[in-house]
Design a protein around this ligand. Sequence first.
Ligand code: ATP
Length: 141
Amino acid sequence: MADSLPTQIQLEIVTPDRQVVHDAVSAVTIPGKNGYLGILPGHAPLLSELKAGELVYTCEAVKHHLAVSWGFAEVLPGRVIILAQTAERAEEIDCTRAEHALERAQERLKQVSDPTIDAERAREAYERARARLQAARRTGG
Ligand code: ATP
């Protein structure tokens, strides 16, 4: 029999601390370094670096939102593996903490002329906080 295309994707999202997702899903949107990647079952294999952003997957017609930071994604026709430095489901995100992190990063970014400020580190913290707030605001949506 000819190879049939998979109808689902086995999605795994892991961080150094824990397995965050292990589920059969019908679609995944990944924040790739060069832009968002929309993945459906049967997608051609690819490897991508992740940037801080929102990851969305659909499982039984329900959309699930997560914030991920830097890492890597491996896409295979029936499987997606996300190795992320951090990953939180929308409902796990502490918005107050993320808002404070965003404010701290914004303050640092205003002082980039100060040689003691690491602008790249501040920008990364800003992007992580923004991704968390974006994902958290999707809960219930
Ligand atoms: P903060 O300055 O608030 O620690 P950060 O961006 O420096 O933010 P990370 O180093 O990316 O934090 O994450 C450290 C750990 O804390 C990770 O396990 C991450 O999942 C978790 N974490 C960070 N911010 C939040 C948040 N707002 N809500 C829930 N978990 C968070």
